[in-house]
Ligand binder design. Structure first.
Ligand code: NAG
Length: 299
């Protein structure tokens, strides 16, 4: 087989299809996890009376004045953008990421889910820019966002306005499965958000490593380190192996900076700093809410 006479760098190219195949395997096997049969409910358009007839709870009604979450936010002196063209809609824009996470925090530190999820949608575009091998991770994330949006559209949607109101509502109605994931209910909002919350730490760490990296820094290594710190402890062995393969085929540091900001590295670092600051604030507050209710290890 001539394939084995290839130079070593080619080996990585050989590993990539293998990795993609592995990820597909992972994806299709994950379809059989108890998590996913509900996707029929979520995307099939049938009403799903999961919550039974629990009486509406007036206790935790929101007292926050309505505040529109929009992507047209002030630019904080960091950019002089022209308005988005439809083409740019699909491209990652760090300014939108910053705006969404900034807008998700109210002055009294409530986290608005709408802004939080908009921020995540921008992070998905970022992951998609990291390469095809990130497809599985970004799909799983999209799946979690869909579950959250399903809760928001549901009968009890008004309880899903902020992280805090969601936690209060689900705790008061026994919807948080502390011991196991109930078979006959949708994954709770608390459980679903916890997955996003952990992944947020991973991306926060990765962006931090990217921002503080030297010119010869290797993004694959940064991403893998961030993963080991933030997510690996929650994943099974074979998931960790599959994810490690995805990290092998990442864009160079220079390309990543171009994705972050076309206006040069210095600008990119300023934007990264702003993004990390906003992610970290939202992360820290969510962490406190979850820790104070003993919910950091939901199954
Ligand atoms: C978030 O929490 C970490 C660890 O407790 C702390 O070091 C960091 O400064 C906090 N960041 C923000 C923006 O609150």
């Amino acid at each position: 087989m001539g394939a084995f006479s290839w130079a070593p760098p080619r080996l990585c190219r050989l590993l990539l299809p293998l990795g993609v195949f592995f990820l597909f395997l992972l994806y299709f096997s994950s379809r059989h996890l108890p998590d996913l049969p509900h996707s029929a409910c979520i995307w099939g358009g049938r009403p799903c009376p999961w919550f039974g007839q629990a009486p509406p709870d007036k206790e935790d009604e929101e007292k926050i004045p309505p505040r529109p979450v929009s992507t047209e936010m002030p630019s904080y002196g960091l950019t002089s953008e022209t308005p988005d063209s439809p083409f740019q809609e699909h491209q990652f824009q760090i300014q939108r990421l910053i705006s969404a996470f900034k807008a998700s925090l109210t002055p009294n530190e409530q986290i608005l889910l709408q802004g939080y999820l908009s921020g995540w949608k921008e992070l998905i575009k970022f992951m998609d820019a990291l390469g095809a091998a990130f497809g599985l991770i970004s799909r799983e994330t999209q799946n979690k966002i869909s579950i959250m949006e399903h809760h928001q559209r549901g009968e009890h949607g008004h309880h899903y306005r902020t992280v805090q109101s969601m936690v209060t509502f689900e705790l008061a109605n026994g919807l948080v499965g502390f011991q196991f994931l109930p078979e006959d209910q949708p994954p709770s909002g608390c459980r679903t958000l916890l997955r996003l919350h952990r992944a947020l730490k991973w991306l926060e760490l990765f962006l931090h490593k990217l921002r503080t990296s030297k010119k010869d820094g290797d993004p694959s290594q940064m991403c893998a380190e961030a993963y080991r710190e933030a997510l690996a402890p929650y994943h099974r062995w074979w998931v960790r192996q599959a994810v490690a393969l995805a990290f092998l085929a990442m864009p160079s540091r220079q390309e990543l900076y171009r994705i972050v900001s076309p206006k040069g590295e210095q600008k990119g670092q300023a934007m990264l700093l702003a993004a990390i600051g906003n992610l970290a604030r939202v992360y820290n507050i969510t962490q406190e809410v979850y820790a104070s209710h003993g919910m950091l290890e939901l199954p």
